[in-house]
Design a protein around this ligand. Structure first.
Ligand code: PSU
Ligand code: MN
Length: 306
């Protein structure tokens, strides 16, 4: 007989936290499987989890392992995920095939939103969301439509700088996703603090973010709240320098005819190579920072939710 209920597996830690109402923070895994090199990806995954715990919440790294959606990973599972090669990059459309074929993969922002929402998690930390690609306005990340449909607080450093940021913000406006600058009035540019583009609201404390989210959802609106946090000052890179590098990576992607899901990982890897790792450093620092802010917001939110 056909069974049509996707199976979820929780770590004991996540299950107990759910029962005891300890706030949870979802973490994505495409950044581990398709973003960062080994062993930095393993270290980052552990460090992000530690940041979340240090600030009073329980981390739930989400991934698909042999066709099962995992909410929370053991250290052994994490290690095998980050070491594996040829894994799927799992966005909304990829769950069905991955589950049916018992494949493994990292979940993107879109994929993580879907799984985290189904698991009852309300806060999610990532690096940068996907969005509208430059020079290819038809290439819009599936992250955006999922942000429109899943009521979670998503903590990020804006959208990836390789994207068309003004177009991405326009699309978020169309989709009704509030873009809340956290202690900033400006939408960050992932590696850089400045994009010159305004956010739609500003919040200066985790409590303010929680209030905005609850007011939004209280109206029956069910989109995500995008919380944009500037990358930490010590590692952030000047926006001007990044532009040249991004332009070069985009040109190479065009020449090599990189398409579909491969575009974002290719561009990020090239930018990292071209900057002699300083963008990798910035990427790691902002991910950790976002994990901390997300934990603080999850704690504030849990005080307001019965
Ligand atoms: N970080 C990386 N590489 C990636 C991603 C993150 O270093 O590929 C993922 C994120 O999970 C994001 C996704 O959700 O890229 C967007 O990909 P696309 O543009 O194909 O939708
Ligand atoms: Mn795409």
């Amino acid at each position: 007989m056909l069974s049509c209920i996707a199976s979820f597996r929780y770590t004991p830690d996540v299950l107990i936290s759910k029962q005891q109402k300890v706030p949870l923070v979802a973490l994505e895994s495409t950044v581990l499987t398709h973003g960062l090199p080994y062993p930095q990806n393993l270290q980052l995954a552990r460090d992000m989890e530690a940041q979340v715990r240090a600030h009073g919440a329980t981390p739930a790294t989400i991934a698909v392992l042999e066709g099962v959606i995992h909410v929370g990973l053991s250290d052994e599972q994490l290690e095998s995920l980050v070491r594996a090669e040829g894994l799927r990059k799992i966005s909304g459309r990829d769950f069905g095939p991955a589950i049916a074929k018992k494949e493994s993969g990292g979940t993107t922002v879109a994929g993580t939103l879907i799984a985290a929402h189904a698991a009852g998690i309300r806060v999610f930390a990532t690096g940068g969301i996907g969005g509208v690609h430059r020079g290819a306005a038809y290439d819009v990340s599936a992250d955006l439509p999922q942000l429109a449909r899943r009521p979670l607080i998503v903590v990020c450093a804006g959208a990836k700088a390789i994207l068309d940021l003004p177009a991405t913000l326009e699309m978020l406006e169309t989709l009704g996703v509030p873009v809340v600058g956290y202690r900033t009035g400006e939408f960050p540019a992932f590696y850089s603090q400045s994009s010159g583009l305004p956010v739609s609201a500003r919040a200066d404390t985790p409590e303010e973010v929680a209030e905005i989210a609850l007011a939004h959802w209280g109206l029956g609106l069910d989109s995500a709240i995008l919380v944009a946090v500037s990358p930490p000052g010590e590692s952030a890179l000047p926006a001007g320098d990044m532009e040249q590098v991004i332009e070069q990576a985009l040109l190479e992607a065009q020449e090599k005819k990189i398409r579909g899901q491969a575009v974002t990982p290719f561009l990020l890897a090239r930018v990292s190579e071209l900057t002699g790792q300083s963008s990798l450093k910035a990427n790691l620092a902002l991910l950790l920072n976002n994990a901390r802010v997300a934990a603080e917001i999850a704690v504030a939110l849990s005080k307001n939710v019965p």
